[in-house]
Design a protein around this ligand. Structure first.
Ligand SMILES: [Zn+2]
Length: 345
């Protein structure tokens, strides 16, 4: 049929409809729509079918060099504008990125990913410009490095549709990024790790600096769960010159580890040595009634999540102390230090 009516055999071959006829045809078909059933049928018939490369090449050739008038261009643009477009998503795209999502953070993410698109492998060199930094969960405010990933321009566009799929893709592809959690101790630690969770081991809490007293939520419960599940934690802090460890890392963290182990509640758990510089005072503080409420809370989490191993510094708890920075240092100096020392595990 198709062949019999093609080319010379077609009754319209070499002939043209008059303008009048065209108007008539137009008038007859305007306002006419396929029924829902018909659309469903057509959809079903097309589903799973693919165009052959040959056909694709033909279509491409037909469109090649096609000029679109400014008028058509305007119409095409308007048809996809704002809420009419498939990428509208309620206007969330118009929300600004937080100020912390700046050149420095993006550079760090790109360097972590070797300046290579993590989807297709395209490099910065091939792209001829800096690669994009994508938010895996599409939340612009979530600047956790685990939520940021380097993509080329093309892939960055690609992941903007089927968002759920891509979110799952990236989170399941890089589960290893979850194995190590980095927490910044308040104040100086924040200077070094401003984009992640925070913990509270302050040497100036009350008058118990040397004892290592800390708040019940010294380590956020999300991190406690992470630890119970067998993950590791690095706590980042900073100190003035000539101190190998800040007071928070030196007293607070080991004491917290003893409290954590006490909460695990197996025979001998409270006697595990958590670090080389553990003192009898730390143990005294950790086992005192001061931290009973924390022990109770962690025990509730143990009931839900179980535990893999006790907290021991150097095994699943790591401390990282930067030297020679004061919180009162000038912002410019701090920026220099961040740029120089900011590193990813
Ligand atoms: Zn790519």
């Amino acid at each position: 049929m198709k062949k019999a009516k093609s080319g010379e055999n077609n009754p319209m071959f070499g002939r043209h409809h008059s303008k009048e006829t065209i108007q008539k045809i137009k008038a007859k078909s305007s306002g006419w729509h396929h029924t829902k059933e018909a659309i469903a049928k057509m959809r079903k018939a097309k589903l799973g079918t693919h165009l052959s490369d040959e056909t694709k090449a033909k279509i491409s050739k037909a469109f090649l060099g096609r000029k679109v008038s400014d008028e058509t261009r305007r119409k095409m643009r308007e048809a996809q504008l704002r809420e009419k477009g498939s990428g509208w998503k309620g206007g969330i795209g118009n929300r600004p990125y937080p100020v912390e999502f700046d050149y420095n953070l993006k550079t760090l993410i790109r360097e972590r990913d070797n300046n290579t698109c993590q989807l297709c492998g395209r490099t910065k060199k091939e792209e001829g410009r800096n690669l994009c930094v994508h938010h895996i969960d599409y939340v612009k405010e979530n600047l956790d490095p685990k939520n940021l990933i380097t993509l080329c321009n093309r892939c960055n566009g690609k992941v903007n549709v089927y968002r759920g799929y891509w979110m799952n893709h990236f989170t399941s592809k890089y589960p290893s990024t979850n194995k190590m959690l980095r927490l910044a101790n308040m104040m100086n630690g924040l200077v070094y790790y401003p984009y992640l969770d925070v913990c509270y081991f302050q040497s100036n809490y009350g008058h118990h600096a040397a004892d290592g007293y800390f708040r019940i939520d010294a380590v956020p419960f999300q991190a406690v769960i992470h630890l119970l599940k067998g993950g590791s934690i690095t706590i980042v802090d900073a100190t003035r010159k000539n101190k190998p460890l800040s007071d928070g890392l030196r007293f607070g963290v080991p004491t917290w580890c003893i409290v954590f182990n006490r909460a695990l509640n197996f025979k001998g758990s409270r006697h595990i040595k958590v670090c080389g510089w553990q003192t009898p005072e730390m143990k005294g503080v950790a086992l005192s009634s001061k931290h009973r409420s924390l022990v109770r809370t962690i025990r509730k989490l143990v009931k839900i999540y179980g535990y893999k191993k006790p907290a021991v510094i150097g095994e699943n708890i790591f401390v990282e102390c930067h030297q020679g920075a004061d919180f009162d240092d000038k912002p410019k100096r701090l920026r220099e230090i961040i740029e120089k020392e900011f590193c990813f595990s």
